[in-house]
Design a protein. Structure first.
Length: 153
């Protein structure tokens, strides 16, 4: 099950996003909703989610700032920006700061399905990379150990 937090200042948009997620039939559950980035960040201090879907423009703290703060504090969740603005600058900033996707409103079921499929590919890739990294690290340690603790070129 994928735990998701929705961050959107307009309640009707949060409700619509929740309904789209439910209609997707994917193993996703919305575990929390917040009206701005600061409220979302406060909640993340004591809770975990897999994915944050956040609006880009909100009062108090916008989605890009929330994304930067999530990265700064090392929270282990990924972020998808949801925006009503088809603006390259917003999309570029989102990607530069580590957003995994940029969805335009209104978000439809097929957009959520595509986004989650993309997210799962990324997760599998990261998992495979970490697995390979551990294997390589173990191999290097065996070489060092077998050489009496000395690394030779």
């Amino acid at each position: 099950m994928v735990d998701v937090m929705l961050v959107e200042d307009e309640k009707w948009v949060r409700v619509a996003l929740r309904k789209v997620i439910e209609r997707s039939g994917l193993p996703i559950q919305v575990v929390h909703e917040a009206a701005d980035g600061l409220a979302a960040l406060d909640w993340l201090r004591s809770h975990e989610v897999d994915l944050v879907l956040t609006d880009i423009r909100m009062p108090v703290m916008d989605g890009i700032t929330l994304l930067k703060e999530i990265r700064k504090y090392g929270y282990k969740c990924d972020v998808v920006i949801v925006s009503g603005h088809d603006d390259f600058t917003y999309a570029r900033d989102a990607i530069r700061h580590g957003a995994i996707d940029y969805l335009l409103k209104p978000v439809e079921v097929e957009h959520i399905e595509s986004c989650i499929a993309h997210w799962q590919e990324i997760r599998r890739g990261v998992g495979a990379y970490k697995h390979d990294e551990k294997l390589l690290s173990g191999h290097v340690m065996n070489i060092v150990y077998n050489q009496g603790g000395r690394v030779q070129a």
